[in-house]
Ligand binder design. Sequence first.
Ligand code: ARG
Length: 486
Amino acid sequence: MQNPRGEGRPWGGRLRQAADQAALRFGASIAFDRALARYDLRVSAAHARMLRRAGIVSAEDAAAIAAGLEEIRGEIESGRFPYDEALEDIHMNVEARLRQKIGAAAGRLHSGRSRNDQVATDLALYLRDGCAAARRGIAELRGVLLARASEHMDTVLPGYTHLQRAQPVRLAHHWLAFERMLARDSARFADAARRLRHSPLGAGALAGSTLPLDRDFAARELGFEAPSANSMDSVASRDCALEFLAHAAICMVHLSRLAEELVLWSSSEFGFVELADSHATGSSLMPQKKNPDVPELVRGKSGRAIGNLVALLTTMKGLPLAYNRDMQEDKEPLFDSARTLGDSLSVMASALDSLQVNAQRMAAAAADPLLLATDLVEALVREGVPFREAHAAVGRLVAHCLEAGLDLLRLDRAALQNFHPAFPADAGVLLNLERALESRAMPGATARSSVSAALKAAESELAADAATIADVDADAAESDARGESA
Ligand code: ARG
C-alpha cells in the first residue's frame, strides 16, 4: 500500500516500500506517548548540549537545535503542536518538527543516540516526577487522616475481625492504621525514586557509541547522579516502571480498603458515617437514595492498578535482551496507574475531609459487653489461671449469657464463679469500656496515651516527609530550568 503522504520513510533505512497504513497505525504510540513530550524535549536539549561540548555538533547547529526545541516546547504547551500518527511516536514527531523549523541541522540531533536510550531516559524522568507526585498525593491524604484522627480521639467504635465485632477501639486508632499503610506507600515511592539516579542516555541502541559522547555531562544536565553502568541493561529494563506500578497497586489496595469501609459504614445497617452530598450521588430511579459512588469507584479502580502491574509484568516476562518493541506497551499502564492513583488519593482526601461521623452510632455498637470478653479472660490470667483454661471458662460463660439472654455486665462474682472459681469480683467491676481502652496502654495500642503518642509521631514523620518531597521538587525544578535555558 502506498503512503498517502508520499514522503517515503525518512528513517526507514533499508526499507523500500511505503508502510502499510494499518501496520503503521498499529505501531503508532503518539496517541499516548505524547505524555512524555516535556521529558523528551529535556532529554534532547541535554543531548544537544553534550554533542556540542564533545565537538560532535557545531556551536551554531547546537544553538539552532536548542532554539527549535524551545519553540516546539511552546507549541506542545499551548496545544498547537501538529502531532502526526505517521511519525509513530513522540521522538520522531519532535525530530520531524525540528527539521521543519531548522532544516538539516535537525539531522545531527540523533548522533550517538537511539530511540531506545531516548525513551528509557524519558521514562526515568517521568517516573522521578511520578514518584514525587504520588508522594505528594499520599501526604495530602495522610494529613487529612491525621486531622480527622485528632478530632476523634474519644470516638469509640468496635474494631472488627472477620467483620464481626471484636474489641472496642478509638476511631483515631482505626484511621491511624490507614495512615501507617500510606506512610509505607510513600516510603516505597521514595525508595523507587532512589533507583532512578542513573541515566540511560548514551546507551545507544544497546552497545553504546563510537562517538566520543560525554555521558557524565548529559547525566548531570538531566539531574541524574551518573550514567548507567550497563548499556544493555539501560535499554532492556523496565523494572523501575514495574516498581512504580507495584507501589501504585499496593497503595490503591489500601485506598480500596478505606473506601470499602466508607461504603459499609455509610449503609443504614452501620450508620457510622455519612458522606457529604458533594461526594455522593442520587439514584436515577429512587429519589431516597444517597449512593457512595466516590469510594465505590476508588475501590473499583484498584482493579485497574493491579491489572496494569500484571500487564507489564506479563509483557516483560521472557523478552530476550535488549530492546524489543513489546516494551512500547509499558506506557499506557504506567500513565493510567499514575493518573488513577493521583485522582483516587485526592478524591479520598476530600471525601474523608468532608465526612460526617456519627459517634453515637459507633458508641452504641461498641457498647456490647461481649466485646470485653477478652478482658475477662485476662482478669483470670492475672489471678494465675492458665490462658487456655481462662479462655474456655469465659467461652462457656458467654454461651450461657447468649442462651439465657443475660447481660454479662450484670453477673455478680458468685455467678461468675460457677464458671471459674478464680473470678475476683463482679463482672460490673471487672469490665468497663473506658478501662478496656485505657488498660491497653502499650505502644501501638488503643489507650488514649498510646494513640496520642502515635498521632504525634505520625505528625512529625509526615512533616519530615513533606520536607523531603519539597527537596525532590526543588531538584526537579532546577534540572528543568537547566534544560530550558540552553
Ligand atoms: N516508541 C518506542 C517505545 O516506546 C520508542 C523506541 C523505539 N525503538 C525502536 N527500536 N523501534 O518503545
